[in-house]
Design a protein. Structure first.
Length: 146
């Protein structure tokens, strides 16, 4: 099983909300992760994506990126979101896709801190677009320990 399929299985098995939302791994190339979810199970009364679903997809995208990068480093640690900020810029009236990019130098510094202290923080940005335009901008700080 490849890393994308393994992440999707982990999300569905360990985070039931991800399964209910229909979250799937759309792409992963080692530095960029894209998670997708259909609009239908995440719709609100305005026939657009529910804000909580957009937030959840963004949090899961950042969490998934950390999970994949730790697995590549043969590390199995606890990952939690410590704090976040989100901006809803445009309504999302189509299937959702969140995208997170992680710079290798930033991750290398994070790993060195984790090795030295047994705990480290990593800040990640996630964007969800509508017709190519940023519709949601999310910033989250994840803590890894254990």
């Amino acid at each position: 099983m490849g890393p994308a399929a393994a992440l999707e299985r982990t999300l569905h098995d360990e985070i039931p909300l991800a399964r209910a939302m229909g979250v799937r791994v759309a792409a992963y190339d080692g530095t960029t992760l894209k998670l997708a979810a259909p609009l239908a199970p995440n719709i609100n009364h305005k026939c657009t994506a529910f804000g909580g679903s957009l937030y959840s997809l963004a949090v899961l995208c950042g969490w998934g990126m950390v999970h994949l990068k730790l697995a590549e480093a043969s590390l199995h640690k606890h990952i939690v979101i410590q704090e976040s900020a989100i901006r809803y810029l445009l309504p999302v009236d189509q299937d959702m896709q969140a995208e997170c990019h992680l710079d290798e130098d930033v991750f290398g510094k994070f790993l060195r801190t984790l090795e030295k202290h047994g705990r480290a923080r990593l800040s990640l940005d996630v964007v969800i677009k509508r017709n190519g335009q940023p519709a949601v901008e999310f910033s989250g700080r994840y803590v890894v320990h254990g």
